[in-house]
Design a protein around this ligand. Structure first.
Ligand SMILES: Cc1cc2nc3c(=O)[nH]c(=O)nc-3n(C[C@H](O)[C@H](O)[C@H](O)COP(=O)(O)OP(=O)(O)OC[C@H]3O[C@@H](n4cnc5c(N)ncnc54)[C@H](O)[C@@H]3O)c2cc1C
Length: 441
């Protein structure tokens, strides 16, 4: 037998991906240790919010952790008085994951360790994983479930001081939201995607009545969900292998059946379509098509879109297509130089706080995660061709590594659409199956 069954599978990262995988392994009778270093076990970044205004951006009926039991989460939501077609609070989904993990722990197949993994190396047949608590963990199989990387450091804010909030998910951001709400100050949000939406909701819920400016190069904002008649399409009806061809197809189909139906009809085929593009075309997608794709594909709940629209109509949220050319801290505020798209000269605006809402770091080689850094430096794992995640094979096994898997956002390079729960649960099931098969050999 290749593996020692006494050694558990080590899952590093206890967010949605790690938790769902632990439950899938437990269901197959495989023991795992879930290592979570951010104090967010079973919640991760997305579901640890305590803000009721933060809603899921997928209908409850799509959020089951088990592909074979599609209404698993919807039933939980309905028990709280929700509607399967509705959008639950994200914190409820966190509770759901917590309950799932609780069941797996009660069954004796999952152990949780609250610590950060800072290094992992192969010692003979086993992985020796060093934790920041000073403890060592031994495992035969290592799964990286560490989620998205923290946002990129923005060079134009290098001298901006403490009023520039680099991590919109941290305690500093929460304190800044409270201060802005109490004093009615003005906020700059750099980025106009889902993170910007979260910040606007937090400010709104806290009673903030100051002004918010949100900007990005194109000023594109996530669109709202709405009902539509689904219209399935077969993979062989699609022009795979050609970004231009797919784009034309999408435009034609959108005109015929509406863009929501057209975009969503690609979902079952997204991995195959992505993999049909060569490197150059994938790069072109990231450069040119991605802003459009993101806001149409990753839509927000209608009630969330209403908050955004209301603030815009009231003149309390301004969304700009612009870029930042510089910033400087004054005695009590932050001055930012902004150049609007197509605008002749830059203008200076003053804010009480600026928040980095640009989303996760996209260049994996600049990661600040110590474990990832150690594995990359040792050549145990390597960046994918696009440099946005790590290279994995069709089983989500790290290429070049020995018994290392990755799940969720780290595998974006191979799958692209692999950050939402409906995709992650399929990947978790496949990895659990792969590990269980190897253990039985
Ligand atoms: C704000 C937000 C809202 C979203 N809303 C939805 C939604 O409504 N529906 C949907 O389907 N998808 C949604 N998503 C996308 C998706 O569900 C998440 O991206 C998904 O939860 C990814 O989970 P994860 O566990 O891979 O990553 P994360 O949630 O980032 O969890 C990774 C965990 O790993 C830990 N960690 C990292 N490094 C180490 C280390 N070295 N040692 C130990 N622990 C470590 C971190 O502390 C973290 O808790 C949302 C994402 C975000 C960011």
């Amino acid at each position: 037998m290749k593996s020692d069954r006494d050694r558990p599978v080590a899952i590093i990262g206890g967010g949605a991906s790690g938790t769902i995988l632990a439950a899938h392994l437990a269901m197959r009778g495989v023991r795992s240790v879930l290592v979570e270093g951010g104090g967010r076990t079973a919640r991760g970044v997305a579901y640890s919010t305590t803000e009721p205004a933060h809603l899921l951006n997928v209908r409850a009926e799509g959020m089951s952790a088990w592909a074979g039991e599609p209404d698993h989460f919807a039933r939980r939501f309905e028990a709280e008085g929700g509607d399967a077609r509705g959008f639950a609070e994200r914190r409820l989904f966190g509770q759901y994951l917590g309950e799932m993990l609780g069941e797996a722990r009660a069954g004796g197949n999952v152990q949780v360790i609250e610590a950060t993994a800072i290094d992992a190396r192969r010692e003979g047949e086993a992985w020796a994983i060093r934790l920041d608590s000073g403890d060592m963990l031994e495992a035969d199989h290592l799964v990286l479930a560490i989620g998205n990387q923290e946002p990129e450091l923005l060079s134009s804010f290098a001298g901006a001081g403490a009023r520039f909030i680099g991590n919109p998910w941290g305690a500093e951001a929460q304190a800044a939201v409270r201060e802005l709400a109490a004093g009615g100050g003005n906020a700059l949000l750099i980025g106009t995607g889902l993170t910007m939406v979260d910040l606007v909701l937090s400010l709104d819920a806290a009673g903030h009545n100051g002004k918010i400016v949100a900007l990005s190069r194109r000023g594109q904002v996530p669109r709202a969900h709405a009902d539509f008649d689904p219209s399935a399409v077969e993979l062989d009806e699609l022009p795979g292998g050609s970004l231009r061809g797919m784009w034309r197809w999408l435009r034609r189909r959108s005109a015929e059946i509406g863009w929501r139906a057209a975009v969503d009809s690609l979902r079952p085929h997204s991995h195959a379509l992505w993999q049909s593009l060569d490197l150059d075309q994938q790069q072109r997608f990231l450069r040119h098509a991605r802003p459009w794709w993101d806001v149409h594909r990753h839509r927000i709940a209608p009630q969330v879109a209403e908050v955004i629209a209301r603030r815009v109509a009231e003149g309390r949220l301004q969304i700009l297509a612009a870029r930042i050319t510089g910033s400087r801290a004054t005695s009590d505020r932050i001055e930012v130089e902004i150049r609007r798209r197509g605008g002749a000269s830059p203008e200076t605006m003053t804010f009480d706080y600026a928040f980095n809402c640009t989303g996760p770091l996209h260049s994996i080689s600049r990661t600040r995660d110590p474990l990832l850094r150690s594995l990359l430096d040792a050549g145990t794992i390597r960046p994918d061709q696009l440099g946005i995640g790590i290279e994995v094979d069709e089983h989500s096994r790290a290429v070049g590594g020995s018994d290392v898997w990755a799940i969720g956002p780290l595998t974006k390079g191979r799958y692209w659409e692999i950050i939402a729960v409906p995709d992650i649960r399929e990947q978790a099931a496949a990895i659990a199956e792969d590990i269980a098969r190897e253990l039985s050999e």
